[in-house]
Design a protein around this ligand. Sequence first.
Ligand SMILES: [Zn+2]
Ligand SMILES: [Zn+2]
Length: 204
Amino acid sequence: MKYTIEGFQQEVLVQYGLDSVDAIILRYIIDFFNTGKMNHKIIDNRIYFWVLYDSIINDLPILRIKSKIVIARRFNKYVGRGLLKKNTIKGIDYYFNNNSEFSRRGSYTYFSFNKSIFQELEKNKKNTNELKLLKYNDYLKTAHWKKIKKQIRKKYNNQCQICNSKNKLNVHHKTYERKGEELEEDLILLCQSCHKKFHTILED
Ligand SMILES: [Zn+2]
Ligand SMILES: [Zn+2]
């Protein structure tokens, strides 16, 4: 048996009752999600994405699917099998498609990935990095960031690396390139006033 289909364990796909069309659709949404350009919301600390069924139809002619209902049925299947969690939201929303902004009023369905199932499907592969996608302020609230902050404070002995102050310490990103998977050298410990100077110079 071939081990992977579209980067997913074939065995696990079969186990969840998924076929090759599902594998293509799921790969498409994961790739899209990982670009960070997918419209998303954070609800109860989970990232929910919203996908335009038309873009699946247009971007994947190989599926020969012409109707949104057929896509919707597939998504319902993913929810039913526990791969995705669904959240219906009412109100106004703004989204980008082909670089233009649209607004929509009504109720629409957002999905979030069941991480453990996707980890199983993508065994031996790095899981989608949700941390990268979080807005910076939300990122600072994550357990991941709190843990890193602790490490960096310890590393620098709770001292500002510019003026040696021990008051009001901030962990500063020298680069955001590896946000969510920072190396120790990406971060430095600064007191609040040195940190401020840094940001006036760097403009961020
Ligand atoms: Zn900073
Ligand atoms: Zn300082």
